[in-house]
Design a protein around this ligand. Structure first.
Ligand code: 5AD
Ligand code: SF4
Length: 445
């Protein structure tokens, strides 16, 4: 009798990393590994790291610290570090942490099973972080067995980033922009849809630049791709993330008026409300231009929910500059905002800037901003009360008391009392009765 080996994968960071984890899980399953949720049972542990902010990196590092102890008890355990910290630190990781066997960058995850085999058979440790100039994203039709949210999936359309915002590690860890062929993308989506997936989120660090890396212009641009994908039968809801405001074209705005299945939600990271800070961040737009884009989106899609990312305490940020960010919240009235204290990241330009903002000042600014944004978010929630909206069912709530939850097109969570015949991915009509702190309550009609 043969027992298959167990692999455990821990994921930090963005949807790109989540998708990479799915790919690694699939490759490991094909190599006869069983994916386990129990780290203590594992023969192989993969730590898929994120390096976007200091905190994200520390979380991965503390898990690696724990693995040192686990490996003491089980010396045959194979430890692999993947993701953005792997790319950034390379073999320095093994030099510091002798219990790490493999360091594998985002472009090399396809080699993971082969690299693990070499460790198993010959004890050969490896660092695979080369970034090819001509990298193309291998095509691998996703395996949907046993997935948590079977009705919605991410589809990578491009990798990397060419923007070099001064604070950001991504161009250093994920390399230059590479678009996937429209044929591969469409094949993958058709495959997902025939297996019951109903919501697709197109994924890339900078989706608005889709296709622009092709010198002979043989790929559609991003609005062109959206139209192709929206036309695939069975794509009930379509979303995408993430966009840089500088590349948001009028043609893309038009898609929201034109494509019924494109959800009215736009994540449009602004980062700061002060032009001088945006300039130091190398964002390549002014607040005036940003506000024009917001207005344009609302012209084509009056009910669109706009969300954003904000960094407080960028080096040199003054009280006045922070006040400009607070003012921007009033002007745009975001449905929600993800906000962060600036942290220095390796190899970034801003790490070398002077006039770093003190930790307590950053914390105070973050708290002011989050308090005000929470109020605005709640005002948006309140405006839903009494409205009738279509939601896509996510699943039964974890409380297991007949409560279900779903999402509006604008991506708000709605909880409601359901019945046994409901299935994830189904579209249901509900009336919103109540606004809660982080969700809405509704009833089926
Ligand atoms: N410090 C703080 N926040 C950062 N982000 C990116 N880099 C940094 C950094 N060095 C934030 C940005 C980005 C989001 C994903 O993370 O707001 O949009
Ligand atoms: Fe983290 Fe950015 Fe890497 Fe995603 S791309 S894992 S957010 S560092």
């Amino acid at each position: 009798m043969s027992f298959s080996k167990q692999a455990y994968i821990e994921t930090f960071g963005c949807q790109m990393n989540e998708r990479d984890t799915e790919i690694m899980a699939q490759l490991l399953s094909q190599a006869d590994y069983n994916i386990t949720g129990d780290i203590d049972q594992a023969d192989v542990v993969v730590v898929n790291t994120c390096s976007i902010r200091g905190k994200a990196e520390q979380k991965a590092m503390s898990l690696l610290g724990r693995l040192r102890l686990i490996k003491k008890k089980n010396p045959r355990l194979i430890v692999a570090v993947t993701g953005c910290v792997a790319q950034q630190e390379g073999s320095k990781i093994q030099a510091r942490m002798g219990h790490v066997d493999l360091v594998v960058g985002p472009q090399s995850i396809y080699r993971l099973p082969e690299l693990i085999k070499k460790v198993e058979q010959d004890g050969i440790k490896a660092t695979a972080i080369e970034q090819a100039a001509s990298f193309s994203i291998p095509s691998l039709l996703p395996d949907l067995a046993g997935t948590a949210l079977p009705h919605k999936r991410f589809v990578t359309i491009m990798q990397g980033c060419n923007n070099f915002c001064t604070y950001c590690v991504v161009p250093h860890t994920r390399g230059r922009e590479v678009s996937r062929s429209p044929e591969d993308i469409i094949d993958e989506i058709k495959h997902l849809v025939t297996h019951g997936v109903r919501e697709i989120t197109l994924l890339g660090q900078n989706v608005n630049s889709y296709g622009l890396d092709r010198q002979d212009g043989d790929y559609p641009d991003f609005p062109g791709l959206l139209r192709l994908v929206a036309a695939i039968p069975g794509v009930i809801r379509l979303r995408f993330t993430t966009s840089n405001p500088k590349d948001l074209s009028e043609d893309l705005m038009k898609c929201f008026a034109e494509l019924d299945n494109l959800c009215p939600h736009f994540h449009l990271p602004v980062q700061s409300g002060a032009d001088a800070v945006l300039k130091k961040m190398n964002r390549k737009y002014s607040i005036e231009q940003y506000l024009e884009k917001v207005e344009g989106l609302r012209k084509y899609s009056p009910d669109i929910a706009i969300t954003t990312d904000i960094i407080v305490g960028f080096p040199g940020e003054t009280d006045e500059e922070f006040a400009a960010t607070m003012l921007l919240l009033e002007k745009v009235r975001y449905h929600s905002a993800y906000s962060f204290k600036y942290s220095d990241r390796p190899n970034t330009v801003s790490a070398g800037f002077e006039n770093k903002v003190a930790e307590d000042v950053k914390a105070a600014r973050l708290s002011r901003l989050q308090t005000r944004q929470q109020e605005i978010t709640n005002e948006h929630y309140l405006a839903y009360v009494g409205q009738v909206v279509d939601i896509m069912v996510e699943g039964e709530s974890r409380t297991g008391d007949g409560q279900w939850s779903g999402r509006t097109g604008t991506n708000h969570i709605v909880n409601f009392a359901g019945h046994v015949d409901i299935k994830p991915g189904q579209i249901l009509r509900v009336k919103i009765d109540e606004a809660c702190l982080h969700s809405l309550r509704g009833s089926l009609i």
